[in-house]
Design a protein around this ligand. Structure first.
Ligand code: F6R
Length: 578
């Protein structure tokens, strides 16, 4: 949520061609408004996504600049709420990702001192706070130390003072990383902002800050003591970034799945072989396993639970935001976090909490060096490459394959991983045309029900989530067995009900007959027979192929409705607030 960039260089750089291009790469983190500020105090702010919205911006060259793309938390989507925010004299400029909890108290205090606020955001206190501290004779470093000790909440902040050739960056909980290339230092919310330029990065830990000069950088802890940091080299695929001939990233990413899944499967016999073995050992050693995730990643975790339970390994999962109330852990528990971004705040919060309780944390992530990976004792990367569309597609498939690989290592016999990429390809080829036709029939519908049982239950939820998220259709993904305990009251003539029926599952077949008997428009996804037919597979593998059909259906319905598929309203890909 929200993407921030700070760039400092000894040679001048172009705001439009360099700063804003990096910012555009973070747009999937939020696209309500964007803005930048440069060394001489020039500020531009615009409502909407950065996309084609840079028209009329005269290119300027500078050596220090910051920028921000917003996902609104405090205050509506307006120009005055857009970042960067500044003090009244327009000498201090700041961008912020996170939430400042004690912002009301700080604001009231500053207002009493005569500071005037022009936005409804919590972030606006930052430049005023620094203005006040500097006016009291504090240095920037001292002011930052006071800020860290006084501010409650989460923040990744980059700020500068007009005429001061340094950038100041502060972090707690919200992600922040420094990229190093060509004599430049780039501060960003994640590595994707600069992964086309460099693979060298320095990751901030919580309550650290950095001062970046034209050709130097220094990190400090919250007391202002110098901290030595490691420069990490990361691997991140570059070849997949361009839209090529595709209309949207969503369809491009769905179609990338044969190659993305193959890359992952190959890694399990090469670069990730050792991690896989150690991951399986951690599971064997734990007295119980608890998965945690949010959204689509939670759906993957449900499949993880069913696979481990098959092996007699006690395992559970819970949505991250409800973990605290509904799950117990102790020092013998292994907590497995599943997260594409590796930054989801609800999951990060759980991890910090369970670590305090002595649990072991392992993770399955897409983004290397992400916060969740860095907190984990062991982490498997799903090697899906960058996913630009807000909705997870190829990353979900690779999460499932990772779980299959772990389960196979532990003794589940039902899959031959090597055949999955071809079956994915076949699923797309045989169903895309039929799905497009079905989309034409369904795109005016207000409600769709999706039924599953066992491992197809998480898929029912996953397909329903995508139907809500991309074509904005109200959809309910549910346990087929629960239908007759209430929801069936909503089924009437023509109500679309999608049934996920692996291997002629008898319970699924009878639930399907029950809705058909009430006049539902029944749509069957099956690996034996059905309107949408997927390759022969065990029940768990069925999850992958049925998911792909569900993702295609959401995509084609949304296309007919002419919706902003890659950036659905109100959403962001990396949810870094609670
Ligand atoms: C849905 C979707 C979201 C994410 C969720 C968790 O298509 O993408 O539901 O799955 O926000 O994100 P990660 O996996 O990054 O923790």
């Amino acid at each position: 949520m929200c993407g921030i960039i700070g760039l400092v260089s000894k040679d001048e750089f172009s705001v439009r061609d360099e700063l804003l291009k990096c910012l555009a790469r973070l747009e999937y983190r939020g696209y309500d408004s964007w803005g930048y500020a440069a060394y001489d105090g020039a500020v531009v702010k615009r409502v909407g996504g950065i996309g084609n919205n840079t028209k009329g911006i005269t290119d300027m060259k500078t050596t220090v600049a910051i920028s921000h793309t917003r996902w609104a938390t405090h205050g509506e989507v307006t120009q005055s709420n857009a970042h960067p925010h500044s003090n009244s004299k327009k000498t201090i400029f700041a961008v912020h990702n996170g939430i400042i909890i004690n912002n009301r108290q700080i604001k009231e205090r500053l207002m009493k001192k005569g500071y005037k606020f022009v936005s409804e955001t919590d972030s606006e206190i930052i430049p005023h706070y620094f203005d006040y501290m500097l006016s009291k004779g504090k240095s920037m470093k001292e002011a930052i130390c006071s800020f860290i000790s006084e501010i409650e909440g989460t923040f990744a902040i980059v700020l500068f003072r007009k005429g001061d050739p340094h950038l100041y960056a502060i972090k707690r909980d919200s992600p922040l990383v420094l990229g190093l290339y060509d004599g430049k230092g780039i501060l960003a919310s994640d590595i994707y902002a600069f992964s086309d330029k460099t693979n060298k990065a320095v990751f901030f830990d919580d309550d650290e800050f950095a001062v970046l000069g034209m050709d130097s950088y220094r990190f400090y802890n919250k007391s202002g003591k110098l901290v030595r940091k490691k420069v990490c080299g990361f691997e991140w695929s570059r070849e997949e970034e361009k839209l090529k001939h595709y209309k949207h990233y969503m369809i491009k990413e769905i179609k990338e799945q044969p190659s993305a899944s193959k890359r992952l499967i190959d890694s399990f016999s090469t670069i990730q072989k050792d991690r896989l073995i150690r991951f399986a050992k951690l599971i064997r050693m734990a007295s119980r396993v608890v998965f945690v995730g949010a959204g689509t990643s939670y759906h993957a975790s449900l499949i993880g639970v069913s696979l481990l339970n098959k092996l007699g390994i006690e395992s559970h999962t819970i949505i991250a935001s409800e973990f605290e109330s509904f799950m117990l852990v102790d020092d013998k528990t292994l907590v497995i976090a599943i997260s594409q971004s590796g930054e989801t705040m609800d999951v990060v919060t759980v991890i910090k909490d369970v670590l305090k309780k002595g649990a072991t944390v392992a993770s399955i992530v897409n983004v290397p060096y992400s916060t969740i990976q860095r907190y984990s004792k062991l982490s498997i990367e799903i090697c899906a490459g960058q996913e630009v569309c807000v909705a997870s597609t190829k990353t979900f498939t690779n999460q499932l394959i990772t779980l299959f690989a772990i389960a196979a290592y532990l003794g589940v016999k039902e899959f031959d991983l090597a055949t999955i990429p071809d079956k994915i390809e076949k699923t797309i080829k045989t169903n895309e045309g039929k799905v497009r036709k079905l989309a034409r029939e369904l795109y005016r519908k207000k409600d769709i029900f999706v039924l599953g049982k066992g491992v197809s239950y998480p898929m029912a939820r996953e397909i329903a989530l995508k139907l809500k998220e991309i074509p904005y259709i109200h959809a309910e993904g549910m346990m087929a067995g629960e239908l007759k305990h209430g929801t069936i009251a909503l089924v009437e003539k023509g109500t679309p009900v999608i049934s996920l029926i692996p291997n002629e599952n008898v319970d699924m077949l009878s639930s399907t007959r029950e809705v058909e008997a009430r006049g539902a428009r029944s749509i069957i996804i099956s690996n034996t027979d059905g309107e949408l037919h997927i390759p022969k597979s065990g029940d768990a593998e069925f999850a992958i192929y049925s998911g792909i059909i569900g993702h295609l259906l959401s995509y084609y319905i949304a296309r007919l409705k002419n919706l902003p598929i890659d950036k659905p309203r109100n959403l962001a890909k990396s949810v870094t607030v609670r």
